[in-house]
Design a binder for this molecule. Structure first.
Ligand code: ACO
Ligand code: ZN
Length: 443
């Protein structure tokens, strides 16, 4: 299966940068070619130089081609610009969004990376803004309403735009967590006193964050946690899962949200962590239990969500932990006797992981099952919501509509082919190692 690009991770503090690797000096775009005599050529070069200089600094909203870390030029939109320290009046750096790629690859680039001959006329931001506000989903509206209920001013379309404006540029560039230095993906609304830091240092156990390494070192000498707070509800080999109640461990819950938002684009940060349980997955050794990833779950969900946000920290991604977390969320739903579904919208990586998980679980059952089976029966067996089963099987073309009903048509050879294409199964959840009772409000 192909790979979706993500920023870099470094172990033991040695920084690598894809961008630096790709941006070889000799890679500059040539000036416009000319077939004329040398004198004419000089004139033409002068004219080109002048034309380019007249465009500078580029306006926010400009569309232009930009040299990426693969050494090739890709279309970008200028999101923000800032003056280069000690530069001339037109010396700016530009924060760009590669329109073909996910927002996690947005970055600051130097002018040399931009091909000024490809500059397109500035887009009408007002028109774009209108489209953005129209595109607001019901889900987003609900979240905005919740913010209102929580006592904030109502976010109308203008405030939403202001919010988007405020979050469009990544604030924290890297974090240190345990033995990893990790490049962040998105903006996260850390308290204002952290806004001047490009790097933050996290205690890997209590998730407190600090601006300086020495502060972290001092903290580590005092911090007596060696695992997430809360109850260990699963242990199998070196893998442990902890359940953290946001109401009992408010600061931990908030720290986890700040950290997670650095890698989650579309999620609204809930300050009200009281309403959530956090399931934190750890790899344990003699130094402690090191967080690998987590998912959050509303204590009560009207929409039958069994998972709100899911994250595998970048150093641990693509090793099967994501599918483990997803499988775990469905095991909890089975214990509750409910069906569940993840909160929408799903990110690109979230959708891939869920599709992979649903496909594998459903095909495994269909392969073993003799005779007819309905979507309802599949849903009862797996705790996967019927709609998710239907869309998964439809995308695999295993559903036919006969006499007003959806019928599953599963030819063994087709199943085998789909299973092979569905990728690896992820780490197994050993249900016998799960010791858990569903959440009950304590009076
Ligand atoms: N490129 C291509 N496919 C990928 C990639 C990638 N970079 N990452 C994951 N996948 C797909 C693959 O199909 C993979 O299965 P495979 O390795 O067998 O081919 C499958 O997703 C899941 O792989 P896992 O190793 O089980 O999952 P991982 O530990 O990488 O975690 C997760 C997946 C949680 C989505 C992770 O990518 C992540 O944390 N992303 C950032 C946060 C995010 O987007 N979360 C989901 C938001 S939606 C929501 O919260 C409801
Ligand atoms: Zn700590």
């Amino acid at each position: 299966m192909g790979s979706i690009d993500t920023p870099t991770i470094t172990e033991n503090g040695t920084t690598q940068s894809h961008t630096a690797a790709a941006a070889a000096d000799g890679d500059q775009k040539p000036l416009a070619s000319s077939n004329g005599a040398p004198a004419e050529m000089t004139l033409e070069l002068e004219a080109t130089k002048k034309r380019r200089a007249s465009m500078l600094p580029l306006e926010v909203g400009t569309r232009v081609m930009c040299r990426w870390r693969d050494g090739k030029y890709h279309p970008v939109k200028v999101i923000e610009r800032r003056k280069v320290h000690y530069g001339g009046p037109n010396d700016y750096e530009y924060y760009v969004h590669y329109t073909e790629f996910n927002r996690r690859l947005d970055e600051w680039v130097k002018l040399e990376q931009l091909d000024l001959d490809s500059v397109e006329t500035v887009v009408d931001e007002k028109v774009e803004d209108k489209v953005t506000s129209l595109k607001m989903t019901r889900h987003q509206k609900r979240k905005i309403d919740e913010t209102h209920v929580e006592g904030h001013e109502e976010l109308d379309a203008a405030s939403l735009r202001e919010h988007e404006e405020f979050t469009k540029v990544k604030n924290i560039a890297t974090i240190e967590l345990g033995r990893y230095e990790i490049e962040t993906w998105y903006f996260s609304p850390f308290p204002p006193e952290y806004n001047d830091s490009l790097k933050l240092y996290f205690c890997e156990f209590c998730l407190n964050f600090m601006k300086r390494k020495e502060q972290l070192q001092r903290h580590m000498r005092k911090c007596d946690l060696k695992h997430p707070p809360g109850d260990e509800i699963y242990r199998s080999g070196t893998l442990s899962m902890f359940e953290v109640d946001g109401k009992k461990n408010k600061v931990y819950g908030q720290n986890l949200c700040y950290l997670a938002k650095l890698f989650l684009d579309h999620k609204t940060l809930y300050y009200d962590v009281d309403l959530f349980l956090f399931y934190v997955l750890c790899e344990c050794d003699d130094r402690g239990c090191h967080m690998v990833g987590y998912f959050s779950k509303e204590k009560h969900s009207e929409e039958s969500y069994n998972l709100a946000c899911i994250l595998t920290l970048p150093p641990y991604q693509r090793k099967g932990y994501g599918k483990f977390l997803i499988a775990f969320s469905y095991e909890l739903s089975k214990k509750e006797g409910k069906v569940g579904t993840p909160e929408r919208p799903l990110s690109d990586l979230g959708l891939l992981s869920y599709r992979g998980y649903w496909t594998r679980v459903l095909l495994d059952i269909l392969k073993k099952h003799k005779g007819n089976i309905s979507i309802k029966e599949l849903s009862d067996m797996t705790a996967i919501k019927a709609e998710d089963i239907l869309t998964t099987l439809q995308s695999l073309e295993l559903i036919q509509y006969r006499k007003g009903q959806h019928v599953i048509c599963a030819d063994p050879k087709v199943l085998e082919r789909h299973l092979k294409a569905a990728g690896r199964g992820g780490l197994e959840v050993d249900v016998s190692k799960l010791i858990w009772t569903p959440y009950k409000e304590q009076s």
